[in-house]
Design a protein around this ligand. Structure first.
Ligand code: NAD
Length: 338
């Protein structure tokens, strides 16, 4: 039986990297039927809705989606589609594994980097609760709840136990935000106490950023409130070759939507310069999630073989062409199937 998966190509480079990813998933032989729906600026232009109802209708049936990035205007305009999707489907875990790919030259090429970020995905300063108190004075509400903090901490420690990881670092600013970050930290400590075999560390977010650059090899799993998780994801991506590389998964109890960490990259959209690695690696996470483990392994191995070979890479990592990269990944998958 084929797996039905909702495909949301998104805006900017989204359709380019989505198309490349659909090609490599097809090459793995996994029985996938894509149900394509549109969301984002282009959906708005065509249907008058940013997040049309058919996106939710599709995800209600498939339960699993693969999503390209969508535009969020700065300093005004519509709310983030990602935030709306994550909240509506209660996708409370944002999981982002950050690993160096073979042979990829970066400033940190001599360091072993193999960490994963667990970002709380539903609250914090992303609640969108802002108002003008009096003219020229605005207030943004940072919401932290015990429920959301406990479940992201539990998801992190459960993953650590299941995957045999050694350490969890909770990142916070509870020295200043004593109540909100204080509650997040208290929840992490309470959950950590139930997993005595896993080392637990606490770091204040500014120090965590410095440590991440100075000693990235000391990190294993990180658990963070929403905003720090967002910022540290991009920081960590910078250590392993940039935003073109790092995949992600938004996971809840009933649904999962897989997407890269990167945005729509308007500066390179339509120029055949986008690196599809991040969405391809997100698709490998997705294949694992739906139980297509052989296909997931084939895809991940083929991506790594393409980097190890080093001759068909995209511009952001020292190569020339997106299409040649995708062709090379397909070639490695096909070679592994004979
Ligand atoms: P961005 O991630 O789009 O781009 C940052 C830089 O990284 C750019 O120089 C870009 O060229 C480069 N880059 C990103 N992805 C790349 C790839 N796959 N290959 C090669 N280079 C890549 O971040 P931004 O410019 O801050 O945001 C642009 C838009 O994307 C905004 O509207 C923002 O709200 C949105 N955004 C969406 C998501 C999402 O949908 N999940 C995430 C982040 C940002």
């Amino acid at each position: 039986m084929a797996h039905q998966i909702t495909l949301i190509p998104g805006d900017g480079i989204g359709p380019e990297v989505a198309e490349a990813t659909v090609r490599v998933v097809a090459a793995t032989g996994a029985p996938i039927e894509w149900e394509r729906v549109d969301a984002g600026a282009e959906a708005l232009a065509r249907t008058g809705q940013l997040l049309p109802d058919d996106v939710f209708a599709s995800l209600e049936i498939t339960r699993v989606g693969l999503k390209g990035p969508t535009t969020t205007p700065v300093g005004g305009g519509h709310q983030s589609i990602n935030v709306a999707l994550r909240k509506k489907l209660n996708l409370y875990v944002n999981f982002r594994p950050v690993r160096r790919l073979p042979n990829l030259r970066t400033r940190f090429a001599d360091v072993i980097i193999d960490l994963a970020i667990f970002r709380e995905n539903t609250e914090d300063l992303y609640s969108g609760l802002e108002h003008e108190v009096i003219p020229d004075v605005v207030e943004s509400l940072k919401i932290i709840t015990k429920t959301a903090s406990m479940r992201i901490a539990r998801a992190t420690f459960e993953y650590a136990r299941r995957e045999g990881r050694r350490k969890v670092t909770a990142v916070h600013k509870a020295n200043i935000m004593k109540l909100s970050d204080g509650l997040f930290l208290k929840c992490c400590r309470a959950v950590a106490a139930e997993y005595p075999e896993i080392q637990f560390q606490e770091l204040i977010v500014d120090n965590a950023c410095m440590q991440m650059v100075m000693r990235p090899e000391t990190f294993d799993l990180l658990v963070l409130p929403n905003l720090y998780g967002d910022i540290m994801s991009d920081l960590a991506a910078g250590l392993v070759g940039g935003l073109g590389i790092v995949p992600g998964a938004n996971i809840g109890d009933g649904h999962a939507v897989f997407e890269a960490v990167h945005g729509t990259a308007p500066d390179i959209a339509g120029k055949s310069m986008a690196n599809p690695t991040a969405l391809m690696q997100s698709a490998a996470l997705m294949l694992n999630h739906i139980g297509e483990r052989v296909a997931a392994r084939r895809l991940q191995d083929a991506i790594e073989a393409t980097y190890a070979e080093g001759t068909h890479l995209t511009r952001d990592v020292g190569g020339t062409s997106s299409t040649a990269f995708t062709d090379a990944v397909v070639r490695h998958i096909c070679a592994s199937r004979v």
